[in-house]
Design a protein around this ligand. Structure first.
Ligand code: NAD
Ligand code: GLY
Length: 364
């Protein structure tokens, strides 16, 4: 088992990464001193695959575990679903030393963490992420939240889990499109912080896409280490943590402008990373060759790189202005300097953005 630590003083926690470990999670919970009553939050898709195994393991460790399922889908990451979960937790009499176990992808992790952070002013929660995106990104770092009709992830808290328990074998049941979308975030870590990881992804593409356990464990561990280091240094995103948003300024705008229907989050981020590399190239921050390497790796994983045709430019720019990353109306971009290093840039001209987004003026 690989272990990564997120160093946050008394709120520090471990990320345990292994293959075939999902049925052992119960034992790992014994040391925390939780009260007997725990709740598992999941959705029917994931529960059908792994729910019984996880429940059995937690019950065998001596806990009374109840299951709360919400329907599968981003639209259920809402205040309405949260209210349902609060009601169940109250009925089940979870107390202030109880804990919530989140079993699923980022949707389940985000809402379960949000509810845990607010139930009785905050109880513990455990992340058992089952998508690649959740394993390398959303389960680590303590951002929780739900969507509002006026914006995605607009209601939320910072609330760190007590443990993240990753079984890489759960990726064997994940649809391939979801796997590739998660890989976009892994590629991101290579670009922002680790050229060796970037190189590894290029050299081991077939192993990664073929779900080779060693290759998967390596890229998940490395991604978690990078995220853990960044979060340990800047938990509340007052500076450094923003580098994790590479590809996300353009990516989020694409998701918003396409109504969240055309692209998975990781796919939009893949386009965002390519386009933000082009912005960097136009500003003389990164060479043409390095920007091309980024695009080639992204395309080699079957991810989109080009801006979709027919997007409304005004909607795109508006979407960017509404982004949470905007401070006092100023957009912040994370731009690559080379593979393995990025910087936060506030001075990206509107003209350049228009050139980037207008089909006739599209950058190459
Ligand atoms: P998701 O949770 O919707 O999961 C994708 C699909 O895969 C779902 O249908 C799910 O039921 C299914 N699934 C999950 N595990 C499976 C498995 N092992 N086998 C088969 N099917 C499986 O999507 P996601 O990409 O994991 O997460 C996206 C969410 O994460 C978004 O809401 C996003 O806002 C959030 N997010 C949060 C953070 C953060 O820091 N908190 C970071 C990035 C993204
Ligand atoms: N997903 C970006 C962050 O956790 O900060």
């Amino acid at each position: 088992m690989r272990k990564v630590r997120v160093d946050l003083g008394e709120r520090s926690y471990g990320i345990a990464i292994d293959a075939g470990s999902i049925g052992d999670v119960g034992n790992a919970l014994k040391k925390f001193g939780f009260s007997r009553t725990l709740a598992l939050v999941s959705n029917p898709t994931v529960y059908r695959l792994y729910g019984r195994l996880v429940s059995k393991s937690i019950k065998a460790a001596g806990f009374d575990l109840s299951e709360i399922l919400i329907p599968d889908g981003e639209k259920y990451k809402s205040l309405v679903s949260s209210a349902h979960i609060y009601g169940e937790l109250l009925r089940l009499r979870l107390d202030r030393r109880s804990a919530v176990v989140a079993l699923g992808g980022g949707v389940i992790g985000d809402i379960a963490g949000f509810v845990a952070s607010t139930y009785m002013r905050g109880i513990d929660f455990i992340q058992v992420p089952t998508t690649l995106l959740a394993q390398v990104d959303s389960s680590v770092g303590g951002k929780t939240g739900v969507n509002h009709e006026l914006g995605k992830n607009m209601i939320g808290t910072f609330w760190q889990p007590r443990l993240v328990w990753i079984d890489v074998d759960t990726l064997s049941t994940l649809p391939s499109r979801e796997l590739r979308a998660g890989l976009a975030e892994v590629i991101k870590y290579g670009i922002i912080h680790d050229e060796r990881l970037f190189h590894f992804l290029g050299a081991n593409r077939d192993k990664v896409l073929g779900l080779d356990r060693r290759a998967l464990t390596h890229i998940i561990r490395r991604s978690c280490e990078i995220k853990a280091e960044v979060v340990s240094r800047d938990e509340r995103e007052s500076g450094l943590r923003a580098i994790l948003n590479y590809g996300h300024t353009v990516g989020h705008a694409i998701e918003t402008a396409t109504g969240y229907r055309k692209f998975l989050h990781g796919e939009a981020v893949a386009i965002g990373m390519c386009q933000e590399a082009l912005i960097g190239r136009e500003m003389g921050l990164i060479t043409d060759e390095e920007a091309s390497r980024i695009r080639r790796l992204i395309e080699s994983y079957g991810l989109p790189a080009a801006m979709p045709k027919g997007l409304d430019l005004r909607r795109l720019l508006e979407a960017m202005q509404l982004d949470k990353k905007t401070v006092s109306g100023r957009l912040r971009f994370v731009l690559p300097l080379r593979i393995g290093e990025v910087r936060i840039e506030k001075k990206v001209s509107d003209l350049l953005l228009k050139k980037l987004f207008t089909p006739t003026g599209r950058l190459r």
